[in-house]
Design a protein around this ligand. Structure first.
Ligand code: SAH
Length: 368
């Protein structure tokens, strides 16, 4: 067990005062002689009432507010610089600038009914270089802090609140590999989940991983009800290694064994993502191999239509072929869903918006 705190208020406050140049929460508290209820007021104003900034926290004395603002205490670590809404209005993609000028993407999807999903980034860039993925092609830049991750959800929660709506689901399927920034991601989960703050249930959060076996084992011991999704994308080493370099470190058999250990410990379902790449992983043989891997477990396959990107030499499997693939799974008794492709007209797939606005980042080596 690490000694890193999972107390949401402390996580949030450390980041916020750190951004303003304090060396830690103690220094901040001492400088303003703050009582603990004041800290809670600040925290809840940002995470529960979703207020814009310190100046809007009317429960704080006006003078104190002025001082905190002047000292650089702010509620958001991410600034939206591009917002695009799809023609059907169901998908809004945001490009956010971090304080050091790095950029990440997050996407809001408003489904029929009241369901709303926000897809957030955990890193600027990604070190795993999946050949079909726009972010993967651009390389790794840096890890996000817990609040940089959380504030993407906070931003869209504020947008939705203006329309009387709220976020019902958060998925870590934006830029980056969540398990490559494990501590910050688990801290962001604590912020999202806190009943005294943002208040999103663990079961409404999904972490998607490229398949880091050691971190899957660690996650199995967390004792949280957060959903786990695995970017499998191929049913055997030959196909998977051809476009996912991580497979050379953690081959399919080891990945599946880690998933079995996870289920044994948590008794929770595992979701497998399978992006459909024409002529690469969409054959009948692949479907049969995939069915064989899945059969007999509490697993669910999400077949994902590929959003083609100019910087990757792949094209999406045609719809009729996706359905034929899904039929083979069904006949084998494997539950699957063909994911609805949202936001195709606004480059809503991982890393696409950033790729349009920025040159490629430095290529980094992939490693867990
Ligand atoms: N690193 C994590 C999470 C980020 S990617 C992971 O690998 O799971 C989230 C999902 O989007 C992954 O399943 C990824 O394979 C998929 N994805 C990436 N680019 C895509 C594209 N252009 N079209 C469709 N899905 C894509």
């Amino acid at each position: 067990m690490s000694d890193v705190t999972r107390d949401p208020l402390t996580i949030w406050l450390s980041d916020v005062v750190g951004r303003a140049g304090f060396s830690g929460v103690h220094d901040f508290v001492r400088e303003y002689a703050l009582k603990s209820y004041r800290l809670k007021q600040l925290y809840q104003a940002a995470t529960k009432q979703l207020l814009d900034d310190v100046d809007s926290v009317t429960t704080l004395p006006k003078e104190l507010r002025g001082e905190l603002v002047a000292r650089g205490i702010t509620f958001s670590s991410v600034e939206p610089i591009v917002l695009q809404t799809s023609s059907d209005k169901q998908t809004t993609k945001g490009l956010f600038r971090l304080r050091d000028g790095k950029e990440v993407e997050a996407v809001l999807m408003e489904h029929f009914g009241d369901r709303t999903t926000v897809c957030i980034s955990s890193q600027a860039g990604c070190a795993f270089a999946c050949a079909f993925c726009s972010t993967g092609q651009a390389g790794f830049t840096r890890n996000l802090t817990p609040t940089e991750i959380f504030d993407q959800a906070r931003f869209f929660a504020r947008e939705l609140a203006m329309r009387g709506k709220r976020i019902t689901n958060v998925v870590f399927m934006g830029m980056g590999e969540p398990f490559h920034n494990y501590e910050s991601v688990m801290s962001a989960v604590a912020l999202l989940n806190d009943g005294q703050g943002f208040g999103l249930g663990h079961r409404h959060i999904t972490i998607s991983t490229v398949g880091l076996v050691d971190k899957i084992d660690r996650f199995s011991d967390e004792g949280v009800q957060v959903n786990l999704a695995i970017s499998l994308h191929a049913p055997n080493d030959e196909v998977r290694s051809s476009f996912m370099p991580v497979n050379r470190k953690f081959p399919v058999s080891e990945l599946m064994a880690a998933c079995e250990r996870y289920v044994a410990k948590t008794n929770r379902k595992v979701f497998f993502e399978y992006v459909m790449l024409a002529g690469v992983n969409d054959s009948d043989a692949c479907a049969h191999d995939l069915a064989a891997l899945m059969r007999g477990h509490i697993y669910h396959v999400n077949l994902i239509p590929y959003n083609s990107t100019p910087d990757a030499p792949f094209s999406g499997t045609p719809d009729n072929r996706i359905w034929a693939f899904a039929k083979i799974l069904e006949n084998a008794g494997v539950p699957s869903t063909v994911r609805h492709n949202m936001g195709r007209d606004i480059a809503a797939a991982c890393g696409q918006l950033r790729a349009q606005t920025q040159p490629k980042a430095h290529m980094a080596s992939a490693g867990a």
